[in-house]
Design a protein around this ligand. Structure first.
Ligand SMILES: Nc1ncnc2c1ncn2[C@@H]1O[C@H](COP(=O)(O)OP(=O)(O)OP(=O)(O)O)[C@@H](O)[C@H]1O
Length: 271
């Protein structure tokens, strides 16, 4: 158990919409410096949970605290100074340069019409350096590849100087190289006492990069713990209602490797 105060605490939270409860009475905490992967089947409620924590969906009941402060009644800008939220499939409709888009991360601090001060400039430069934006800074964001854009959007979240990052499937549609670049960037980010809750569909990325994994299914938090404690055949089969096997990663036996069993073919070879 981590002895520091939680960066994010979810207490008896129920998540859902009018006439529909998606998650019932869940509680967990994230500690400074942790990267926690949120996994579960389609429709389990990963996006709904992240949106509820970010304040875009009202909780059905329960409490959310960031660094010990309740989010209840907190305004959007105050929330955005504490938490950065990266939406799934964020799309753009305006030809900002990458640098201009990253600078938007400063709006919770200076307002939409406030001028850029030295602190804003410093935060912007730090975010671009940390995210290795380099030559992308002057590029039109409408022309960036999915992987480049994702890095720019993460840089914008860093410029926001929030302690808690909520990221909804930040690596969907990325090829393995960009996927790795984004996951490594998130690891660097949490290396500075920032905390990230990241929804992922790829259980092996969760195994490889997360400190802990939170598994949700059927309206519940089924398990939360180190990857090897959660990415187990029994828990995954219960959650996904599908056969899975869990072995050890060939490069590091302490990292679980999740795969699907192959059906034996008639000629004896697996298919
Ligand atoms: N605005 C909404 N109003 C009503 N129901 C919604 C709304 N948004 C999502 N839902 C429902 O809430 C449930 C959880 O959806 P959510 O998108 O949170 O799941 P998810 O785990 O992120 O799924 P996926 O892995 O497919 O992205 C689904 O049954 C979905 O239809």
């Amino acid at each position: 158990m981590n002895s520091s105060a939680p960066a994010l605490e979810i207490r008896n939270l129920s998540v859902g919409y009018k006439n529909k409860t998606v998650l019932r009475d869940i509680s967990f905490s994230l500690f400074p410096g942790e990267l926690v992967a949120l996994v579960g089947p389609n429709g389990a409620g990963k996006t709904s949970l992240l949106k509820t924590i970010a304040g875009f969906v009202a909780p059905l009941s329960g409490d959310i605290f960031v660094s010990g402060t309740s989010l209840e009644g907190m305004g959007k800008r105050a929330r955005a100074r504490k938490m950065a939220f990266l939406f799934q499939g964020a799309s753009l409709s305006w030809p900002f340069t990458a640098e201009e888009l990253i600078a938007q991360g400063r709006f919770p601090h200076r307002g939409w019409f406030g001028g850029e001060g030295p602190r804003d400039r410093r935060a912007l430069e730090t975010a671009m350096k940390e995210s290795e934006i380099g030559d992308l800074a002057g590029r039109n964001t409408l022309e960036l590849s999915g992987g480049e854009l994702q890095r720019v959007l993460i840089a914008r979240a860093i410029a926001q100087e929030a302690d808690v990052f909520l990221l909804d499937e930040p690596v969907s549609h990325l090829d393995p190289r960009y996927e790795t670049a984004v996951m490594k960037l998130l690891r660097r980010l949490t290396g500075r006492d920032r905390t990230a809750l990241v929804s992922l569909h790829d259980l092996n990325l969760a195994a490889q990069y997360a400190d802990r994994v939170a598994l949700i299914a059927s309206g519940e938090l089924l398990a939360i713990g180190p990857p090897a404690a959660v990415l187990r055949e029994d828990l995954l089969e219960r959650a996904f209602e599908f056969p899975v096997r869990v072995g050890a990663h060939p490069d590091n036996a302490s990292v679980p490797l999740v795969y699907q069993p192959l059906a034996p073919a008639r000629d004896g070879a697996a298919r």
